[in-house]
Design a protein around this ligand. Structure first.
Ligand code: GLN
Length: 541
């Protein structure tokens, strides 16, 4: 079977939406009936992003098969409406680790192992493997960062080698940026021209240039870029800012992006089915009445900036559910540490909201503020959705305030607590003792049995579900009965009955929390049932 590859490489600067551009191209190719997959390459040395702080890196997304990945994988899954697998994300660290381990095992038969060609060869082998696993006609390969950065040169080298081997099967797209400096008020194309030159110096010629900017790129500028970057006029694509990322596929369609790519790769011409994308965008436009959801977290700020990237999938899942019932999501980011410093702020802020979410988290910082928010949501009957840490903390809140165990805690914060309501299971204990922290949490999809007669069951409409996990600690089975005694309903359990996966309260309009991360499986065309139930309850409030 023929496998084609489209490399997407950034120029000028990062953060201009290269991931969304990649995902949108994938969506359009899929809408033409092609089998599509995507791979994100991250040039850093961490083997995976699992050990990084979210403020440093953004959200860590988790695939079904348990790989901790870059947040762009979440965008690919949402836009392609496909579950990706392990091969979808690689880092320099991971590639080097494989090559070095192979050398130690005499895998290179006594030869000198060198950065070139052995690193690019390993990269190529991984890309081919990802394409084969997905049985993809087209594999999109997004190289993180920008061209000209020291650390991604070997990935560009892999691209060059693949193109040399099969020139007709590989296409290179440069995503440039055209700034409009306020002092001149004019769009400048030079930075993109320089980026194209830098790509040339790596031995690569762009086949298409996507021009990100605040505005549409006019014809004279398109001509200038075409001429100076050696790209056909039709392959200079205008990509202005749009109100919603989900508009990008329609925009690219209007610019004939997929049509041009299919032609370049000599793939069969087929019509594009964009019905789902059009109705999604229609729904977004019709969503005018706001719904206010507070997200209580701590991974927000670097300096003066608020980083919502740390909770990207949560944010998208809220949007999907809200749009589904024609509501405009208004997200209020709340730093739990503020509630600790100014307790009066709590009621004032939370009362203004239609619903509260406490997403995943780690460590001690901000926990007391989150516990106070959970108590408020429970007592004042504000719809609450807890995700992972948001469930563990809901159990601690119940133990402290309903059972009166003031010392109740998670093992993560206080291993010596008299009531470790959230504990470390045997298998994890071994890992923590051996400082084995990389890719060692409970990761990926696990089955869960949803109890009859519960709200969770009503929302899922089925007894057996599969959801994605990423956590080290678990609700302590020892205290289940005590907690049930004060109204906690354990509505989802692992099939063997040991692990608590979903909890809820009966006498509350909506109080639900899960040990897994439902946000990872929410899709724009198909909101997640728990988020939808939560948003509906929030609307009622
Ligand atoms: N810190 C908790 C644990 O490791 C929760 C993790 C999370 O919220 N993803 O179990």
């Amino acid at each position: 079977m023929r496998r084609c590859y489209i490399f997407v490489i950034g120029g000028v600067m990062s953060g201009v939406g290269k991931g969304i551009a990649t995902a949108s191209i994938g969506a359009l190719l899929k809408a033409r009936g092609l089998a599509v997959t995507a791979v994100k390459i991250d040039p850093y040395l961490n083997v995976d992003p699992g050990t990084m702080n979210p403020v440093e890196h953004g959200e860590v997304f988790v695939t079904r098969d348990g790989l901790e990945t870059d947040q762009d994988i979440g965008n690919y899954e949402r836009f392609l409406d496909e579950n990706l697998s392990r091969g979808c994300n690689m880092t320099s660290g991971g590639v080097y680790q494989t090559v070095i381990n192979r050398e130690r095992a005499l895998g290179y038969g006594g030869k000198t192992v060198e950065a070139v060609p052995h690193i690019p060869l390993e990269i190529i082998s991984r890309l081919k493997h990802a394409a084969d696993t997905a049985e993809a006609d087209v594999t999109l390969v997004e190289i993180g960062g920008t061209v000209g950065e020291y650390q991604n040169i070997l990935f560009l080298e892999a691209c060059r080698m693949m193109k040399l081997e099969k020139p007709k099967d590989v296409v290179v797209i440069l995503v440039g940026y055209l700034p409009v400096p306020s002092s001149i008020g004019e769009m400048k194309s030079k930075p993109t021209q320089y980026a194209s030159r830098t790509l040339n110096s790596a031995g690569l010629q762009p086949d298409m240039i996507i021009c990100r900017s605040t505005h549409l790129v006019d014809e004279p500028r398109k001509r200038k870029i075409s001429l100076s970057c050696n790209v056909e006029f039709e392959d200079v694509i205008s990509a202005p800012d749009v109100p919603s990322i989900y508009e990008v596929p329609l925009h690219f369609h209007a610019e004939h992006v997929a049509e041009r790519l299919v032609k370049k790769l000599g793939l069969p011409k087929k019509s594009t089915r964009l019905k789902d994308w059009k109705s999604l965008n229609q729904r977004i436009k019709l969503s005018k009445k706001p719904i206010r959801i507070g997200v209580v977290g701590k991974y927000f700020s670097t300096g003066d900036f608020v980083l919502t990237d740390s909770y990207l999938s949560v944010l998208e899942a809220i949007k999907h559910a809200a749009w589904f019932i024609h509501r405009k999501p208004e997200i209020v980011w709340l730093n739990s540490e503020e509630f600790e410093k100014h307790p009066k702020l709590l009621g004032k802020t939370l009362n203004q909201l239609d619903g509260i979410i406490i997403p995943g988290g780690f460590g001690t910082r901000g926990v007391e503020g989150k516990l106070a928010a959970i108590r408020y949501a429970r007592e004042k009957k504000i719809p609450y959705l807890g995700l992972c840490y948001g469930m563990q903390l809901a159990l601690i809140e119940a133990a402290r305030n309903l059972l009166g165990w003031s010392d109740a805690n998670t093992f993560e914060i206080n291993p010596r607590a008299r009531h470790p309501v959230v504990c470390l299971m045997k298998e994890q204990e071994v890992k923590v003792r051996g400082s084995d922290y990389g890719a060692s949490m409970r990761l990926g999809v696990y089955p869960c049995v949803v109890k009859k007669g519960t709200l969770a069951r009503k929302l899922y409409k089925q007894a057996l579900i599969n959801e994605r996990h990423r956590h080290r600690y678990e609700a302590n089975p020892k205290y289940r009965q005590d907690l049930e005694g004060v109204g906690v309903v354990f509505s989802g359990l692992s099939p063997d009955g040991t692990l608590a996966e979903i909890i809820e309260y009966k006498k509350h309009p909506f109080f639900m929390a899960s040990q897994f991360h439902p946000e990872f499986q929410s899709r724009p065309f198909r909101p997640h049932p728990l988020f939808l139930g939560f948003i509906k309850a929030a609307v009622k409030r």
